[in-house]
Design a protein. Sequence first.
Lengths: 404, 512
Amino acid sequence: MTIVTENHVTPKAAVAQGTSVPKTNWKRMFGMQEMGVYYALLLLIVALTVITTYLGQSNYLSVQNLSNVVYQSSLIAIMAVAMTVVLISGNFDLSVASVAALSAVMLIGNADAIGFWPAAGLAMVVAMSIGLLNGAIVQFVGINAFIVTLGTMTAVRGLVLIYTDGRSLSASDPAVIATMKAFEGGRHDVFWLVLAAGAALLAFGAFRAFQTRMAGKRLRPAVLAMVVIGIFFLLVSWASGGELILRNPVIYMAIFTAIVWFTLTFTMVGRRVYAVGGNSEAARLSGISVTRYKLMAFVFCSGAAGLAGILFASRLRSINPAGLQGAELTVIAAAILGGTSLFGGAGSVIKTLAGALLLYSLTNGFNILNLGANWQGLIEGVVVVTAAAIYTVGGSKTKSRTGG
Amino acid sequence: MQDNTPIMQLRGIVKGFPNGTLALRGVDLDIERGKVHGLLGANGAGKSTLIRILSGAYWATLGEIIWRGQPVQWDNPKAANDMGVATVHQHIPLVPTLSILENVFLGNTGPWRRSLSIRSKFNELCERVGYRLDPDTLVGSLSIGERQMVSIFQALGTGADLIVMDEPTASLASEERELVYETVRKLSKGEQKAILFVSHFLDEVMALTDQVTVLRDGVAVLRANTCDLDENRIAEAIVGKQIVALERQAENRTPLPDSATEQVPRLELRDLASKGRLQKLSMRVARGEVVGVAGLLGSGRSELLHAIFGSDTNATGEVLLDGKRVARDTGAAVRAGIGMVPEDRMAQGLVPDFEIWKNTTLPALGSVSVMNALPVGERERERGWEAIRMLSIKASSPEILVKELSGGNAQKVTIAKWLFSDVKLFLLDEPTAGIDIGAKTDILRLVRQLASQGMSVIVVSSEFEELIAVSDRILVMRDGQCIAERNVHDTSEHELLLLAGGQSAAPEAARH
C-alpha cells in the first residue's frame, strides 16, 4: 500500500535513516535511573569489602560468601521476577508469600503419601489456581488488585493454618527426602560453563563492536552489555580458582530469570504485557486481549510462588505454618529497587534480580559486621525509599520537559 | 461603580504554548454587570484557553486583564477566585463522596466540617437561586443536572461577581437545561452578576445572552449585541473559511458509482444500539466511501464508533464487515480488518512511554515477527521510519517516545499504526481535534487517499467544514440518535451546524 502525502521529512532525518541504527543516549543509559541499582550493588560490595578488610575480618569478597548471598536470595528473587511481570502488567500481588507457604504445605503434607513429584504437581496446581482466582476477581469484578490480594494473602495464610492445624509438618519417607535433597540440595560445578559463556560473550561482543566500528556505525548498547557481562563472567571464574559450585536453586533462578527476560524483551507476548500495563485502553483498542494478559500475569506470579514454596519446603524438609511470613514485602521491595513502576508499563527483571541481590547483600553485610538485626530494618527501609525517590525525581524531570 | 463600565476587560490577550502553537492572538473582551455574554467558536478556536486565562489557570503571554478597572496578574485559580471570578467547568469537578453542602463550600477555610453558619449560608443561596437542594445528599448520587447546579452554587458561594460557565448545558437533558437557563437569568437580571456563557448550542445563545463574542483561530471575529444578530450570522462567523482548497476538492469529487452501493457493503450495521448511549441504528457503508458523523459532544458520535468496534461491551446488534459477522470484541474487530483511532489519543490511542516504532507495530505485531512470536527490532524500526515518511511526522527518528510528540504528530502515529495491516474500515474519532492546520490537512488528505484505495472510513468530527471536505455522506447525531443524513453535495456546514445544534431543519430540508 502506498500513501504519498506531501513530503516534509527533513534531509537530516533522511540521512539518519540511512544508517538505520538508533542513536543511543549514553548519558541517559548510564544515568541513575537506568543503572542506579547496579551502581548501588557495586558500591555496597566495594564498601563491605573495604570495611571487612580494614577490620581484618574474613574476606567478604570470597566466591564462597558471594555464592551464599545468591543462594539465600534465590527464592525471593524467583518470586520478585514474577512480581515484576505482574507490576509491568499494571497490577499488584501481595499474596505471593502466602501462596508459597501453601504450596510448601501441600508438598510436605502429601509427599509421603503420593510421592514427591505428584505432590509438587499438586502444589503447583493449587498455587496457580489461587493466581487465577486473584486475577479473575481483579479483572471481572473490578476490585483493586491491592485489596483483592490483601484479602487472599490473609485467607491463604488461614488455609495454611487450617491445613496444618497450626503445627509444623515434616516429610519422613526416605525416598521423598532423597528426592528433595537431589532437587534442592544438588550442587553443580559450573566453572567451565561460566568460563565458556564469558569467553563466548566477550568474543562475540568484541567481534560485533569491531564490525560496527569498521562499518562506521554507532556502538549499540546490547554489544557493550555483552562485552561487560562476558568480562564479568571471566572475572568470576578467575576469582573462583577453578571450582565454581552453585546450588540448584541458584541455577533454577538463573534459568527462570533468563526465560522471563527473553520473553519480556524479545517476544510478542512480552511487548503486549508492557503495552497492557503502559496504557490498557490503548492496548484494548489495538485489539489486544487485556483481560487475558492481566489474568495470566497473576497465574504466572502465583506459579512462581508455588515453585519458590516447593524449593523452600525441599530445603527444610518441613514447614512451619508461619513460614515465609512477610516475605511478600521483601519481594515487592526487590522489584521497586529494580525500578519497576507501580503504575505499570515499565520494569526489568534483570534489575529486579539486582534489587534482590542488593537486599540480601545488605543482610549478609550486617551479619558479617556483627551489626545485629536491629539496624537491618531501618537501613533496608531507607534504601528502598531512597531508590524510589531517585526513580521518581528522575522520572518527573523527564516529564516536565514535555509538559506544556 | 457605575453600571456601564465593564467589570472585566481583556485587552490584546495573546497566549502561546511551549510547543509553538498560538492559541490566542490578541483577543479583546468586555463583560458587563447584569449581562450574559455568550462566547462561541469552533473547537480549537481558543475558547478554553481564554477561560483558563480568566480563571487564573494559565498566564497570558501578552496583554492586559483589567478587573473592576484595575489591571491584575493572577497566577493561580485561587487568586482569581478570591477577587471574585468563579468558573463552572464543563466537566464538573466535585468530590462525589462528600455531601452537597461540603462541596459547595469546599474552598472555605473554617476549622469545622459542618457548622450552622455554613448551613444558613447554604439556605440563603437556595433562596437567591430559587432552587432547593438537600444539603446532606452525597454528590455521587445526584444526576448530572443537579451536579451542574451544585457547581453553580459553589461558584456563587465564593461571592463571585463574574461567573464563567464553560458549556454548562453540553451534557444535560432539556428540562435540566431549562433549570440552568432560569438560574442564569436570575443571577444576571436579579443580582447584577456578570456571566460569561460558553456554548455550542446556537438556540440557547440566542435565547439567553445579551452580547456575543465569536472566536475563530484565536481572534475575536464577531462582537455584537445578540438582538442585532441571527443564528445564520453567528454560524457564518464560527465557520469562517479555512480549508478552502479541500472544500474545492470536495466539489470536484465525483459521487460514488452506483455499482459500489449494489455490491455487498463494506460495513453493514443492523440495529446497533447501546443502552443509554446510542439508539438503534442501521446503515451501510460502501467500499471506498467516507461517511462523516456530525454531532456535538455527548451526541453519541463516539459511542457509535465504539459500538462498531466492539469496545463498548454493552452494545447490542450486529456488525457485518464484507458480509461477515464481526464478534463483539476488539481483538475480533482488529482481525476482521477494522482500525480505530480514538478521540483521546494519549489516553486511548497510544502507549505514551513507548517509542514511535513500538506504537506503530502494536496492532499488527505478527507481521514484523519471526514465527509470529518474536518481533524483529530492525523491521519494527523500519516500520517506524515508514510511518514517519508516509505521514510526514515531525520526529527525528522512530526512537522518540510518543509522549514527547506534539498533538498533531502523536495523532499521526495513532493513525499510522493501522496503515500496515489489512485494514478495510477506519473509524476515526475527532482525528483533527487540537492539532494545527498543516497536520489537519495532511490527515484529511490521507483519509481521501485511503478511500481512493477502496478502504472505507467513518469520521467523527465537531468541525463540520472538515466533514464536508472529506466525506461522501454525512450523518448528523444528537442525543444518541441519528437525526439526519445528507449527501455531501446537498448540505452545507451551516445546515449541519443548525441540525446538530438542535435547530429544526425544516426550512433547510425544504430545499431538497
